[in-house]
Design a protein around this ligand. Structure first.
Ligand code: FES
Length: 94
């Protein structure tokens, strides 16, 4: 089962493959902030510091929102991530 690690808090949880990051955060009361939950506000923006290949590729709509929020290479929207393997994430400033 994939491990999801929140680097700021050090929390690591096990999540079934195919779990949405948003759902994993809600189920484990994890320390990550969300807003719209549909990929348009950028509140959930994060950096995947380990396991960037273990999520689905970003859609064009996700990339558009990311570009409006940050120039951090490889930034993703937490509300759009589906977990396929181990991940370690850190929130980004917008
Ligand atoms: S919560 Fe709004 S873009 Fe993810």
């Amino acid at each position: 089962m994939p491990k999801l690690t929140f680097l700021v808090s050090g929390l690591t949880v096990d999540v079934p493959t195919g779990t949405r990051f948003l759902d994993a955060c809600r189920q484990h009361d994890a320390p990550h902030e969300f807003g719209c939950t549909v990929g348009s506000c950028g509140t959930c923006i994060l950096s995947i510091e380990q396991g960037a290949a273990n999520v689905d590729k970003a859609s064009a709509d996700e990339l558009e929102t990311v570009e409006m929020c940050t120039d951090h290479a490889g930034a993703r929207l937490g509300c759009q991530l589906v977990i396929r393997g181990d991940l370690a994430v850190r929130p980004l400033e917008r």
